[in-house]
Design a protein around this ligand. Structure first.
Ligand code: CMC
Length: 429
């Protein structure tokens, strides 16, 4: 393989080095392009642009492969706990027993949020979307914490902020739900696991204590793991973008949550469930919904299908599909939305439109049905995605800060507006 790319422009020849990643993916380095040629690149939506080198997550979209720090998602989903995966992503190795115990203790000790923040939950309008509340309160939590990275002892501050965020995000999510249904908050309990604590805060009440449910706790653990990172996606790139200005971790995560909210990204899980409910309630057939998704004059898209990187079955969706069947078999329950989703998938996988465009179910297609089985309301589905994705965001923020090559992210543009023109007096405009 050649180790240079040759470019001819304006009668001159230029060479740019070719880089190779550890899984042999190739890129050519254009960091000297403008200096050498006067040109910039234009790449809407970054279809061809690598924004960084990263050692955290590997995705092979053609072959449906996802690995965190070299470990297959299928192994992690089956064998790991979510705190273990969070540690792996952030610190690069699986934690030892002692490291994990310490991490768990710190998660327990840092689960509470400042009491002054509680009025925030109660005073939000009932229609406020939980993602808006989550992003606001994560940012507000930062205001109650010493300024990040101003401290001399950087590693300690980072560790504490990290564990605090991973623990508190559960509390914030559960308090948001309790406030929305007008019930008192249920506080975290030291002896519970990460997932059990969350489900207890969500579903315990004076009238009916939460009955620990190992199947649902295991399912939640798996869901959080498959969402934990996905390399340079929209929200992670946002976290890196905001963090590149040396904004705090809280501010960067707050921005990441806002980016995740959109229906083309994490918000797709809410949109999938709304589509399935629409089919169930409106009498629209699965085929009619598919025709609507294929109609170029209709902005509607079939949420839960398609992906920028995966051009084969999303490995996360495979894990969740298997998990869903396990949950429903063992619970002996039936959700009619599962039948609709199954029919939708079967038809889409045989449909020329979806085949030609390589549109397969993505992680958001089945996650909503699983969360629904746990009792999570539809408008909180993207919050669940955010809880899972948080360790990935933190890992990328840390990697960027630790990388001596990092610079403030500041893309160029091709200006297409007016050229210089004379000022016009107001009366003449
Ligand atoms: N329904 C109908 N048509 C679709 C869909 C869909 N879900 N997804 C892509 N297409 C079509 C699109 O119209 C285009 O057709 P054409 O070539 O005729 O113009 C073609 O497929 C390529 O799509 P694209 O929009 O150029 O692809 P993209 O890489 O820019 O977008 C995507 C990726 C995920 C935004 C898109 O597939 C989509 O909107 N999917 C639905 C939303 C969704 O499920 N998002 C969650 C993604 S997974 C979780 C996450 O990480 O965020």
């Amino acid at each position: 393989m050649e180790d240079k790319v040759k470019l001819s422009f304006d009668g001159k020849d230029f060479e740019f080095p070719v880089l190779k990643g550890s899984e042999n993916e190739k890129a050519f380095d254009v960091s000297e392009l403008r200096k050498k040629t006067g040109l910039v690149t234009l790449d809407y939506g970054y279809l061809n642009t690598g924004s960084t080198k990263s050692a955290i997550t590997f995705v092979d979209g053609e072959n449906g492969i996802l690995r965190y720090r070299g470990y297959a998602i299928e192994d992690l989903a089956e064998k790991a706990t979510f705190p273990e995966v969070a540690w792996l992503l952030i610190y690069g190795e699986l934690p030892t027993e002692a490291q994990l115990m310490r991490f768990r203790t710190m998660l327990t000790e840092n689960a509470l949020i400042h009491e002054n923040l509680l009025h925030f939950f109660r005073e939000m309008p009932p229609s406020a979307h939980p993602m808006g509340i989550l992003s606001s309160i994560v940012n507000a939590v930062g205001l109650f914490t010493p300024r990040f990275y101003d401290d001399d002892n950087k590693a300690d501050v980072f560790d504490l902020t990290t564990v605090g965020l991973i623990s508190k995000i559960r509390t914030i999510a559960a308090f948001t739900y309790k406030a929305s249904i007008g019930e008192p908050f249920v506080y975290p309990e030291a002896e519970r696991s990460y997932c059990s604590n969350f489900l207890n805060m969500m579903f315990s009440s004076k009238a009916k204590p939460y009955n620990p449910d190992p199947i649902m706790e295991k399912a939640l653990n798996t869901l959080l793991i498959v969402h934990a990172d996905h390399e340079q996606n929209c929200s992670t790139s946002t976290v890196r973008m905001v963090g590149s200005s040396q904004a705090s971790l809280y501010a960067s995560i707050c921005a990441g949550i806002c980016a995740l909210w959109g229906p083309l990204h994490g918000g797709a899980n809410q949109a999938v469930l709304e589509t399935l409910l629409r089919i169930q309630q409106s009498g629209m057939t699965v085929q009619q919904v598919m025709e609507k998704a294929k109609d170029k004059n209709d902005p509607f898209r079939l949420s839960g299908f398609g992906h920028r990187v995966y051009k084969s079955y999303d490995p996360r969706a495979k894990v969740l599909k298997k998990l869903m069947h396990q949950v429903f078999e063992r619970e002996h329950e039936h959700d009619p939305l599962l039948d609709i989703a199954t029919e939708l998938e079967e038809r889409a996988l045989k449909d020329d439109y979806f085949i030609e465009r390589k549109l397969y179910p993505n992680v958001d297609f089945y996650s909503g049905i699983l969360y629904r089985a746990m009792g999570i309301p539809t408008n909180m589905l993207t919050v669940m995605f955010a809880i899972g994705r948080l360790p990935g965001w933190i890992a990328h923020w840390k990697e960027m800060h630790d990388d001596p090559c990092s610079k403030i992210n500041r893309p160029r543009q091709i200006y297409t507006g007016e050229v210089l023109r004379p000022w016009v007096d107001r009366k003449d405009r």
